[in-house]
Every structure is written in C-alpha cells, then in structure tokens.
Design a protein around this ligand. Structure first.
Ligand SMILES: Cc1cc2nc3c(=O)[nH]c(=O)nc-3n(C[C@H](O)[C@H](O)[C@H](O)COP(=O)(O)O)c2cc1C
Length: 190
C-alpha cells in the first residue's frame, strides 16, 4: 500500500541530489514528509548542489534538527509508514546497526527497527570495508532494505538527471510509490 507519512533523512555522503530529488517527487505526490538533514550533509549540499540547506527543507512538510531528540519522530507512538536515509553515510549506517541512537536520524531509524516498520538505506561509499559490509549484512538480516546508490545503464541514460531518476525511482519502488522516472526493462531491446 502506498505510504502517506514518511521520514526522510539526508546524511553526509556524496549524492545528496538523490535526497533532494526524492523530496521533489514526494511533494508533487502530496505524500507527507518529515525531514532531518545531518550537519555534514548540510556542508555537502552546499558543495555538491550549491544551494542552502533551507532550499531542501522547503520541499518537506516537517523539518527537525538532528539534535532534537524530543521530536515526535523520536517516539514509536508517532505513526509513520516508513523511513528512508538517502544518501546514507557509513557512519550513520554503523550507528543504526549497533543501536547507537545518539541523534534524531539514528533514533528515528532505531524506532523503525523496534516497531518493525519499513527502513530503507541508500548507502554511497566505495570501496567497502569488511566493517561496512558486516554492518549492511546485520541490517539486512533485521529486514532493512539496503539500496546502494548504484545506477544502471540498461535504460540508456543521456545525462545526470536520468541517472538520478533511476536511483530515486528504485527508492520509490521500495516505498511502493508509483512513478515513471525510468523506463522499465521489457526484454524487447535485445
Ligand atoms: C565531501 C564529503 C563527501 C563524503 N562522502 C561520503 C560518502 O560518500 N560516504 C560516506 O560514508 N561518508 C562520506 N563522507 C564522510 C561523512 O560525511 C562522515 O563520516 C560524517 O561523519 C557522516 O556523518 P552523518 O552520517 O551524521 O552525516 C563524506 C564527507 C565529505 C566532507
């Protein structure tokens, strides 16, 4: 069933454009969004997108400070359908894997795990260490979707927008939200 209320977190990994574009799509679809942007993500937004954190926050319905541990989304009693961290740094991924809920992103993800709600992580790092891989395996065993920011090329992207659309489209697929961001493989092209 399509979600109506989502938590979106943007952390300090390369590829903050994915988080921005996901918010743009969700805003158009009128899906309620609760956004947290980490402190390093704010710096990467300035560097990679040359915009302010507030430009991204305008795309969300509700915005929280990463230090706000008394926000509604810090509690399991506040109903949400799913959470996605896009992009997800290895630091945040490690914190979730080990229950180290020291900021609002980590706490909200911890709530998703304890309440058995949908949690999707879009990690971006390369190469991956054994620690990174072990943390991802642990989370996958807990039912977390690990959706690496790995574009495909079978839909023949022409530009960066097509590549971003593909990764965001895959995230929307995991969230069970209909979209037409990329052409699906039909098997007719070969
Ligand atoms: C320009 C820049 C790019 C970075 N890219 C990545 C990345 O792709 N993946 C990653 O795991 N960490 C990356 N980092 C390191 C994280 O930002 C760092 O570990 C930080 O503590 C993450 O904190 P956060 O998860 O609270 O945002 C990057 C840092 C900078 C400054």
């Amino acid at each position: 069933m399509q979600p109506t209320r989502l938590i979106i977190a943007i952390t300090g990994a390369s590829g903050v454009v994915y988080g921005k574009h996901l918010l743009e799509v969700l805003q158009k679809k009128k899906i309620e969004t609760h956004l947290i942007v980490s402190k390093t993500a704010e710096k990467i937004i300035a560097h990679e997108l040359e915009i302010a954190r507030s430009d991204i926050e305008k795309l969300a319905d509700h915005v929280y400070s990463v230090d706000d541990l008394i926000a509604p989304i810090a509690s399991g009693s506040f109903k949400t359908d799913a959470m996605i961290i896009i992009p997800c740094s290895m630091k945040t991924l490690a914190g979730i894997a080990h229950g180290y809920a020291e900021n609002l992103i980590l706490r909200a993800a911890d709530v998703m795990l304890k309440e058995k709600r949908k949690l999707i992580l879009v990690p971006r790092e390369t190469p991956l260490s054994v620690i990174h891989l072990q943390n991802m395996l642990e989370l996958a065993k807990q039912g977390v979707t690990i959706l690496p920011a790995m574009p495909a090329y079978y839909h023949k992207p022409n530009n960066i927008k097509d590549i971003v659309d593909y990764v965001v489209g895959k995230a929307l697929d995991c969230l069970e939200i209909d979209h037409e961001l990329f052409e699906r493989w039909s098997g007719k092209s070969l």
